[in-house]
Write a protein that binds this ligand. Structure first.
Ligand code: SF4
Ligand code: SF4
Length: 81
């Protein structure tokens, strides 16, 4: 499944599963580091999905807890893959 995220496995990072995202923007608004953004691309369901800017994530998971879609965001942290 296509994903939007970083390949970096040492620093924490959010993985946004593009096809699960409905483009509501809650994660973008909620992220305290402002490292999420609109991709400006449309997924197969017609939503402009969110994406990670590829740096700056602290792994706080606030985006995860603000997302209404159960499978749209995964937070990856070192040792917790
Ligand atoms: S885990 Fe925290 S810092 Fe990282 S993208 Fe989500 S809200 Fe932003
Ligand atoms: S909160 Fe969830 S559904 Fe909304 S834009 Fe972010 S990843 Fe997509």
């Amino acid at each position: 499944m296509p994903v939007s995220g970083s390949d970096e496995k040492v620093l924490p990072y959010p993985m946004i599963l593009e096809e699960e995202c409905k483009g509501c923007g809650r994660c973008i608004q909620a992220c305290p580091k402002k490292v999420l953004r609109s991709s400006r691309r449309v997924n197969r369901r017609g939503y402009i999905y969110a994406e990670y800017a590829n740096s700056g994530c602290t792994g706080c998971a606030i985006c995860f807890y603000n997302c209404p879609e159960p499978y749209a965001i995964e937070i990856h942290k070192k040792g917790k893959e």
